[in-house]
Design a binder for this molecule. Structure first.
Ligand code: HPA
Length: 266
């Protein structure tokens, strides 16, 4: 339940309402520095918010403005593989909803299965495959849990993000993202089979967050920053250090894209 977290937030940011929520994945945390008039809350101060143990995830909720938009940013996320809990992001996402967010923008680091999209590139997620077959909604009661996932990645938001990318001349192909539990990377055989099944990007996050956002009725868009080709598609040796290193290139582009999108929309 997000009521306790919202109470803490109200003490320092009384009456604050956000239009857009953002979830900053691995290596994107610095985007939070773009927020004007920021009010920040370490996750440790917010009941139900868990600090990720993964390097590159600050663990703060940052409220403020970017351009004319009021935003609520989750700077760092906990992953399923940290505790085997697909519902670990339930309170943070519910809190964004409670702050008024009608839209949720997510970022992540991912491996590309599209030969034409290399490390440093971006993929706009158009749909996903939940290979883990876990859900953050397990255990919930009531009919609201039977969430329709058709059109989960909002067509209007995707169009606006593509327009922003075109203005900046940043290539932005759409693709299908597959969630794999991790924390180990995939085998080449897994990547080969995923490619045959129509997957374009692989990662270890985002899908539970998207399911939660749809459960709460938020519109969703998600962009993957490509840090590597899927296992076996190149000679890279995959590691967290490699992911973070490659995020430096991709995050610069993704930052420009998000800023342009946020500043262009009314
Ligand atoms: N697989 C899964 N998760 C990832 C990858 C990958 O290749 N790259 C960055 N996150």
């Amino acid at each position: 339940m997000s009521a306790a977290a919202l109470k803490v937030i109200a003490r320092k940011a009384k009456g604050f309402r956000a239009e857009i929520g953002l979830v900053l994945g691995s290596g994107m945390g610095e985007f939070a520095a773009k927020v004007e008039d920021p009010i920040a809350f370490p996750y440790a101060d917010l009941p139900g918010f868990e600090q990720s143990g993964v390097s590159g995830h600050a663990g703060r909720l940052v409220l403020g403005r970017i351009g004319r938009k009021s935003v609520a940013i989750l700077q760092g996320r906990i992953h399923y593989y940290e505790r085997g809990d697909a519902g670990a992001m339930k309170v943070p996402i519910e809190t964004l909803h409670g702050l008024g967010c009608e839209t949720l923008l997510l970022t992540n680091a991912a491996g590309s299965l599209m030969p034409g999209v290399k490390p440093g590139g971006l993929i706009l997620i158009k749909d996903h495959v939940n290979y883990v077959q876990e859900s953050p909604l397990f255990g919930l009661k009531g009919n609201q849990r039977f969430v329709d996932m058709v059109g989960a990645y909002d067509a209007g938001l995707r169009k606006e993000l593509k327009s922003a990318a075109a203005r900046l001349k940043i290539p932005l192909k759409e693709g299908v993202y597959a969630w794999l539990a991790g924390p180990q990377f995939e085998t080449p055989a897994e990547i080969k089979s995923l490619r045959a099944l129509g997957v374009d990007a692989v990662g270890m996050s985002t899908v539970p967050d998207v399911i939660l956002a749809r459960y709460f009725g938020m519109k969703v868009a998600a962009v993957s920053a490509v840090t590597n080709m899927g296992a076996g598609m190149s000679r890279e040796t995959l590691s967290h250090e490699h992911t973070m290193q490659q995020m430096k290139n991709a995050s610069e582009r993704l930052t420009r894209l998000l800023l342009s999108y946020l500043k262009a929309t009314k």
